[in-house]
Design a protein around this ligand. Structure first.
Ligand code: PEP
Length: 249
């Protein structure tokens, strides 16, 4: 059985005092939650202070990592620097990185390989835009995003112990959540796509749904057989909501 995983993506929100308050509230709130892997992903600059206040029930994640181990990459943060701070997870290929910073599969794959090489668990985000869904291209787009990364990784290592987040772009930050049926259909498709390469990997890989998941809709989404958790944006900034989602998992 796959352990449920709930990861909060704080994006570019909050000053240090806000990060501390939020981390303390999440850490306290999940004390009673059993059997769920819980992760928070603050902005880079808040990682050390969040690490210091998180209890041992909540893991630390970053929102990206560099595509190279060290050296001339101004503005980037390496996977080894993150590991050194106690970071265990890293979000990669988020649609905001693809949309605003032009990240493509080659770059995302290089970041992914770096993350694995330094013991971080990548959370690889994939998902279609509304125009792509309306043009009936959802599966083709997601398959391309997956193959574009997998084909560039070391064949022996593959996706390693990573996690995949299906995040339809039209559902992110919009309040328009995919229906449980829509999300389940895409999660099943992703698992089948992985199984064509490695059936054991497909069976054990945690697949998260992301896109306006909140306390009110989490239980229905998480009840689907191929939805193993959530990547939570807006609701992760509200500790009561985030803790309620963890409890629903
Ligand atoms: C996200 O940014 O990964 C996300 C899922 O955001 P939201 O929950 O706000 O839609």
């Amino acid at each position: 059985m796959r352990t449920p995983l709930i990861a909060g993506n704080w994006k570019m929100n909050g000053l240090s005092a806000d990060a501390r308050t939020l981390a303390e509230a999440v850490s306290d709130g999940v004390q009673a939650t059993e059997g769920v892997e819980t992760v928070v992903c603050p902005p880079f600059v808040h990682l050390p202070l969040v690490r210091a206040v998180l209890g041992n029930r909540v893991a630390l994640g970053a929102q990206n990592c560099a595509d190279a181990p060290t050296g001339a990459r101004t503005g980037e943060v390496s996977a080894s620097m993150l590991a050194d701070l106690g970071v265990g997870y890293v979000i990669l290929g988020h649609s905001e990185r693809r949309q605003y910073y032009g990240e493509d599969e080659a770059l995302i794959a290089a970041r992914y390989a770096e993350a694995l090489a330094h013991g971080l668990r990548p959370i690889l985000c994939v998902g279609e835009t509304l125009a792509e869904r309306e043009a009936d291209r959802t599966e083709a787009v997601v398959a391309n995003q997956l193959h574009g990364v997998i084909d560039r990784l070391d064949a022996e290592v593959g996706l390693g112990n990573g996690v995949i987040a299906y995040e339809p772009v039209w559902a992110i930050g919009t309040g328009h959540t995919a229906t449980a049926q829509q999300a389940q259909a895409m999660h099943a498709f992703i698992r089948q796509t992985l199984a064509l390469r490695d059936s054991l990997l497909a069976e054990r890989m945690q697949l998260l749904y992301g896109g306006s998941m909140k306390a009110a809709n989490a239980a229905e989404l998480l009840a689907e057989p191929d939805i193993d958790g959530g990547l939570i944006g807006g609701a992760s900034l509200k500790p009561d909501d985030f803790v309620a989602i963890c409890a629903a998992a």
